[in-house]
Design a protein around this ligand. Sequence first.
Ligand SMILES: [Zn+2]
Ligand SMILES: [Zn+2]
Length: 334
Amino acid sequence: MTRRPDTLKDHESPPASTAPRTALATFRRWFDAGAGPAEAVAGDPDRIDWLRVLPFIGLHLGCLGVLAVGFSWTALWVAVALYALRMFAITGFYHRYFSHKAFRTSRPVQFAFALLGAMSAQRGPLWWAAHHRHHHRHADGPKDLHSPVRRGFWMSHVGWFLTPRAFATDLAAVPDLARYPELRWLDRFDVVVPVALALALFGAGEALAAFAPGLGTDGWQLLVWGFFVSTVALFHATVTINSLAHRFGSRRFPTRDDSRNNGWLALLTFGEGWHNNHHHFPGSARQGFRWWEIDLTWYLLRLLAALGLVWDLKPVPANLRRRAADAGGASLRD
Ligand SMILES: [Zn+2]
Ligand SMILES: [Zn+2]
């Protein structure tokens, strides 16, 4: 699936003498994304770095814990609530705020939603926004890391995320965000946040088992459902916008890329499925351009605006709304 020429095969592994040092640096990067010497990422930048991504694989294996911990409605609702809360933090803040500056907010609220987004185990806000801005600059071009048109389903869905080329944060792409030391810290030690969430869920579950046994849950069950299952579902739903929303759906606007409007993906991702609208006018805080294009993130941003927590939400320009109305558009059948 990668575009690496065969002649580079000799460089797939570092020389034996540097391998332990490289492995150690990789291990340190599990905890500190900025750790280690530059040669630790030497070699083919488009290969999957299995050692580096072991925690990500572990996240998926953790879902198998459902076989051991069983089911309770309490655990399921915690998983659903954490999916919804973190999906909104990703779509409303990682995407529409940090990546596109589609509205304004205060520094405390900016940090609060950066923390909620980091709970998703999708790296820190600077990393996420830098990659996303790169995607918009090169969408479905040769430099787009997650174009399904060029790299196929698996590389665009998850493979790109597991390669050395994608690990570093390009701070030059996010100078407006990198000036906040608290966001730079979060970008470097992003793993702290999901680990803290996992520990908190375990503690909360044990407390419920002791003080509210009628809810039928405990620490291990809340850990498996609330952290592992919810986080894996959230990850795969988020990246459908890379892998599926550039392939399946309708194209209202003739953008340079292959982005699509897809109502099913919009439901799953709280409005992000109106991806052709979004590529046509990325600066809007609203991605559903018609009244029936359900965009839960937009409704929640309006609620935060009514509470005074965010402001200056950038609307869809009137001429685009008229064009969307004239053109008709995607339906749930797409
Ligand atoms: Zn896109
Ligand atoms: Zn975008």
